[in-house]
Design a protein around this ligand. Structure first.
Ligand code: ATR
Length: 281
């Protein structure tokens, strides 16, 4: 029987997850369907439960529901500290009782793209993470676990960056000096090996106020926004950095979800390649 999966969000029509999972299923011979599910803003949990009651096996969760999904599912692994869940898995125990487990595959998706696809290890590196919203919460733990020399979170609203850094220092019990928070104006002439844009600025063609000298020699600039040459990526290219958009992260987080659900790892490279070609039109 075909197992049912979907991506749930509001809006959700733009999601690239269905064609990605369709390709994974084709590659691996898995008998699944994967649709888009629009949840009313005030009825996310009810929509999820109905999907599962009707036999659904798993959901990817997108904006604006990742935190709500974390609140009512049984958060596992890196989802616990991330305060956000982007993949739900539904299982029944022997007595038939249902259990909804929540995972966060965004961070591991970013890491696999950086390390595996872009050949950029993080150990001993100086990392600057821009933004202190949900996207940053989702990737902090895997970044910290790679043991960078330093991880600075920079945000327009400093208080949010301070809370984010403090949260992960507490959750992971890591040293204060390795993880810190700054305002853009306080970056001065500090240089970084990896600069990650986890703000939503690129979606509205805006550019966070980053100093021009922020890119160290051979720096990588990574924008989590996908399929788009954002002002940040243009700025980084002009500053001599190597650039990457979030296409690889999108496909890798999907592959991780697919693995959680099906126990098989799809080959991500051809899917990343396909999406890149489509984005170029
Ligand atoms: P998400 O869940 O996608 O991270 P969010 O919680 O709304 O979305 O957070 C968006 C992030 O992008 C925030 O860190 C926001 O900065 P503020 O906390 O100061 O609002 C950041 N952001 C959005 N537009 C920006 C811009 N033009 N310049 C700098 N930062 C921006």
């Amino acid at each position: 029987m075909t197992d049912k999966y979907a991506v749930i969000g509001n809006p959700v029509a733009h999601s690239k997850s269905p064609p990605i999972h369709a390709e994974f299923a084709r590659q691996t011979g898995q008998d699944i369907s994967y649709d888009r599910l629009l949840a009313p803003l005030d009825a996310f949990e009810a929509t999820v439960r109905k999907f599962f009651d009707e036999g659904g096996k798993g959901l990817n969760v997108t904006l604006p529901f990742k935190h709500e999904a974390w609140r009512f599912s049984e958060a596992q692994g890196m989802a616990i500290g991330a305060n956000a869940v982007n993949a739900l898995k539904f299982e029944r125990d022997k007595s038939g009782r249902g259990k909804i487990s929540g995972y966060n595959t965004d961070g591991i998706g970013l890491l696999r793209d950086l390390r595996g696809n872009l050949g950029c290890g993080l150990e001993g590196k100086r990392i600057l993470l821009m933004g202190a919203g949900g996207a940053s919460y989702g990737v902090m733990e895997p970044l910290i676990r790679e043991q960078p020399e330093r991880l600075i979170v920079v945000n327009r609203t400093l208080g949010k960056a301070l809370s984010l850094a403090a949260h992960f220092r507490t959750v992971l019990g890591v040293a204060q000096q390795n993880i810190s928070a700054l305002a853009y104006a306080a970056l001065g002439d500090a240089q970084f090996d990896i600069v990650i844009n986890a703000t939503s600025a690129g979606l509205s063609d805006a550019m966070p106020p980053l100093p021009a000298g922020v890119f160290g020699p051979d720096a990588l600039a990574y924008d989590m926004v996908y399929g788009k040459m954002t002002p940040f990526l243009r700025f980084a290219r002009a500053g001599g950095a190597r650039i990457a958009d979030g296409t690889g992260m999108l496909v890798e987080q999907a592959a991780e979800s697919f693995y959680l659900w099906r126990g098989v790892r799809p080959d991500t490279a051809p899917v990343i390649e396909l999406l890149r070609r489509q984005a170029q039109g």
